[in-house]
Design a protein around this ligand. Structure first.
Ligand SMILES: [Zn+2]
Length: 232
């Protein structure tokens, strides 16, 4: 009576291993890890581009300000040359103030320039690394695709086999099986082994064993793991 469901379970076991080989493939895992790295690199590049735009604007503004000061300083120098001697000290103070401002502006511009250099260096590094990572990603992806191409026909064949077998199994029995499968339990039907559950090895009581004869399909449900135990 259980022959067909046991056959079904056997085919499903093959299907589970084939699907596991795909889902637990190292190539797939590595490809997905590198994909995450590539995504992070991409976000960082976008961030750096935004930073670069922002800092370029600051750089232009600082540069304009600096040129403006230099112009004013030159004008002041000319005025000083033609100034009356009694006004010399006033001009000298103004000249000193201007010089100090232009020195601090120069420093500011140098700092901004260095920051631009840093951004550009990091940008180039990421581009270089991304290129290598992309190649590694493609390699793992191709390798996984090859495995998938091998496994897919096998998986499809097993699935077809399961659909065919399902038609031959008593509906009640199949419903029992499916209900247990939903909780990811596998295998569902196990053989009684020295009065122990063939799944979890728990000893089965004599009274429970007695139910085997009276229960529909001749199976009992293990109180520990929930599997159906049968006896050949
Ligand atoms: Zn059990």
């Amino acid at each position: 009576m259980l022959e067909k469901i046991l056959e079904y379970q056997n085919v499903e076991s093959q299907l589970i291993s084939a699907e596991n080989e795909l889902s637990k493939s190292k190539d797939r895992e590595k490809a997905s890890q590198i994909q995450q790295v590539l995504k992070n690199q991409h976000s960082r590049l976008i961030m750096l581009e935004e930073n670069a735009k922002h800092i370029n604007t600051i750089y232009k503004k600082a540069n304009d300000k600096y040129n403006d000061f230099v112009e004013k300083l030159n004008k002041l120098e000319k005025e000083m040359e033609n100034a009356e001697p009694e006004k010399a000290s006033i001009y000298e103070k103004a000249y000193k103030d201007f010089s100090a401002i232009s020195t601090s502006l120069e420093k500011e511009i140098t700092n901004i320039y260095n920051e631009i250099q840093n951004i550009s260096k990091e940008y180039e590094n990421i581009i270089r690394k991304s290129k290598v990572d992309r190649e590694t990603f493609d390699k793992y992806k191709a390798s996984y695709a090859k495995l998938k191409a091998q496994k897919d026909p096998i998986i499809n064949e097993l699935k077809n086999k399961l659909s065919e077998l399902e038609k031959k199994i008593e509906k009640d029995l199949f419903a029992k099986y499916k209900q247990k499968r939903e909780s990811r339990l596998f295998p569902i039907f196990v053989e009684l082994n020295n009065n122990k559950c063939g799944g979890c090895r728990m000893e089965i009581s004599a009274s429970k064993l007695g139910q085997m004869k009276t229960n529909k399909f001749g199976v009992i449900e293990c109180e520990n793991c929930g599997r159906y135990i049968y006896k050949i």
